[in-house]
Structures are given as C-alpha cells and as structure tokens.
Design a protein around this ligand. Structure first.
Ligand code: THU
Length: 160
C-alpha cells in the first residue's frame, strides 16, 4: 500500500483592500451581482464575476426556484452564460462573494462541489488555469491559482 498525499495551496488576503486593483474591481462586480441574486428561499445571496481573455466581464447570481433543485448557483449561472455568449473565449479569473440575510458571512465562501465540477469543464476545455478568488460578505479573500487545485481527483473528459 502506498499513501497518496494531495496538497492544496491557497493564498489568503486580509480583506478586499489587500487585493490588486484589477481583482478588487472584479470582486466589486461580483458584489454588485450578488445584490441582484434571487434567493427568497435561502436568503443566501451569491455573486460571481468572470474576466474573459477578450476583456469582457460576465457576472451571475444565484437564481432560486420554488422547486428547490431547479435553482442554479451564481458560479454556474455566470460560467454557462460566458460559455454560451463567448464560446471561443477563455475565462482568466473568477471572483465569488456570498452574503446571508440571516448571519454575517465573514468567512470566505468557496464554490460548491457542483460548481467546481462545472468550472473544471471550462478549465479543461480552454487548457488554461482559471484563477479563483472567494470571500464572504467581508473579511478574508482566498485565492486559488486554478480550479484543479480546489478539486483534486477531478473527473473530466480524459477519463471517458
Ligand atoms: N449557492 C451558490 O450560488 N453558489 C455556491 O457555490 C453555493 C451555494 C447558492 C445556491 C442557493 O441559492 C444558496 O446559495 C444556498 O445554498
């Protein structure tokens, strides 16, 4: 038996003010998108902003539904729209933020497993890492240099 150790290296920034100007701008666009979330059931609003290699910024927010599983997370709303509108473009960076109306989210909120799987598809498709930044409503911002870093042992087309 061999033990396999998998390492995940992240960078932590004290808050929004410690980010570079362009990432702070992208995160502010995610915050703006978050305010537009439709989350009457969870009261948990999430916003995502994607910077594409053509300079476009695509934003998305979670969209809930009375039939709960029919709703969609912010990250997938944004990345599917980017894929639909600019199929030839690469996603360079992604900023994510979440805020609850019930409790103050000061810990960084990472993308859920389903969103990681969806983002992984585009990272494989474009053969280039996507930088991911995530935070709560305020407080620390975590950076991952790629999606793969957040989803070890990813299932992708190379396994089909
Ligand atoms: N949500 C997201 O938008 N992104 C995630 O990565 C995690 C969860 C949304 C889905 C649902 O509308 C609400 O947050 C509570 O789970």
């Amino acid at each position: 038996m061999n033990e396999i150790k998998i390492e995940c290296v992240l960078q932590a920034f004290e808050d929004l003010e410690h980010l570079s100007k362009d990432i702070k701008g992208l995160m502010n666009q995610a915050i703006e998108a978050r305010e537009k979330a439709y989350a009457p059931y969870s009261d948990f609003k999430v916003g995502a902003a994607l910077l594409l290699d053509n300079g476009e910024v695509i934003t998305g927010s979670n969209q809930e539904n009375a039939s709960y599983p029919s709703g969609l997370c912010a990250e997938r709303t944004a990345i599917y729209y980017a894929g639909a509108k600019f199929p030839e473009s690469k996603v360079l960076k992604m900023a994510i933020t979440a805020a609850s109306n019930k409790v103050k989210t000061i810990v960084p909120i990472p993308p859920c497993g389903a969103c990681r799987q969806a983002i992984a598809e585009y990272e494989v498709k474009q053969k280039q890492a996507i930088e991911i930044y995530f935070m709560g409503e305020s407080g620390k911002v975590i950076k991952s240099n790629s999606l793969e870093n957040l989803l070890p042992l990813v299932f992708n087309k190379s396994l089909l």
